[in-house]
Design a binder for this molecule. Structure first.
Ligand code: MTE
Ligand code: MO
Length: 301
């Protein structure tokens, strides 16, 4: 594709102190160190907040397949086998099949699609991810013209996932995006944090990151991606439809039925730190608001 940015980062490049690329400036066609100065106001939060420490990112997680307590994933996810790993891509694609993760990564490296991105996670963490765009993976599969949605599914392996014994959600965990959301350049498939392999409790070996939506949209340990022409079911919507909609964009004007979402507090800033105002689309309005032009975001919550 003409005009696409590229970079030289390698998947296994372990340089935790590396300069994190300013994604927005890259999208605008700038490159190199000069981009660090070009921080747009809408994204200032993501670019200026210090990333959380490795210990915070990996000790306080939501991954119900390993239990519902925030420290369960760190305790129990170690037993998950993440190699070898493949993703089944099926539905409305030209090249359906099982894609080995190592083949996918090799292709992304060759095509210079690997990148790093400091992202404000929409549930209290700032995480320096590395990975590649979901759009680049979908391009490998060849999305057919009638496809409108992308459905995702997490691994369901009871021997290694003690939380599956409890019917807190319907298993396997499933999520979905509209196709235009899925191919937006901010929607990434993450395979690492701080330049290291993604830890099991954070969704190894590959998970979705959708920076402008609530955390639960970012489905972990993905084994299947299906292109469809109908809106796919999502785990949290199935479990509590009045509380969790399909879109789940960060929207301070739409309160969760049981709590306000107008303010939030980042992990690691201390319990007594003042809460910050929640930003529309988690601060990414300039990049994504156009996706929802003309939509009633209170009805489509
Ligand atoms: N398969 C699966 N994916 C999941 C979840 C889960 O329980 N199972 N929890 C979601 C929720 S509610 C959040 S907030 C994020 C947390 O990601 P993190 O632990 O890497 O910060 O993962 C999301 N993805
Ligand atoms: Mo969450």
């Amino acid at each position: 594709m003409a005009g696409r940015w590229k970079n030289k980062l390698r998947e296994r490049d372990v340089t935790p102190e590396a300069i994190w690329l300013n994604r927005r400036a890259l999208l605008g066609g700038l490159a190199g160190a000069s981009v660090l100065a070009a921080v747009a106001p809408g994204r200032a939060q993501a670019e200026t907040l210090e990333p959380n420490r490795w210990e915070e990112i990996t000790a306080y997680n939501n991954f119900y397949e390993f239990g519902t307590a925030k420290d369960d994933p760190a305790k129990y996810a170690g037993q998950l086998t993440v190699k070898p790993w493949s993703i089944k891509i099926d539905g409305m694609v030209d090249n359906p099949g099982d894609y080995a993760l190592e083949d996918i990564l090799a292709k992304m490296v060759v095509e210079e699609r690997i990148y790093r991105f400091r992202c404000v996670e929409a549930w209290s963490m700032v995480i320096p991810w590395n990975g590649f765009e979901l759009a680049d993976l979908l391009a490998l599969a060849g999305v057919q013209s009638g496809a409108k949605y992308v459905a995702f599914e997490t691994l369901q392996r009871p021997e290694e996932m003690p939380g599956l014994r409890y019917p807190v959600l319907e298993w396997p965990y499933v999520e979905g995006l509209r196709l235009d959301e899925a191919v937006h350049p901010l929607t990434i498939m993450a395979t690492g944090i701080y330049g290291k392999d993604i830890p099991n409790q954070n969704g190894a070996p590959i998970r979705l990151v959708v920076p402008w939506k609530y955390g639960f949209k970012s489905i972990k340990s993905i084994v299947r991606i299906t292109l469809t022409d109908t809106q796919p079911p999502t785990s949290w919507n199935k479990s509590q439809p009045s509380e969790y909609g399909f879109y789940s964009n960060v929207n301070p004007q739409v309160d969760h039925p049981r709590w306000s979402q107008a303010y939030e507090r980042k992990v690691g800033q201390g319990l007594f730190a003042s809460k910050q105002e929640t930003l529309m689309f988690n601060g990414y309005s300039d990049d994504v608001a156009a996706l929802y032009a003309g939509m009633d975001l209170k009805a489509n919550f």
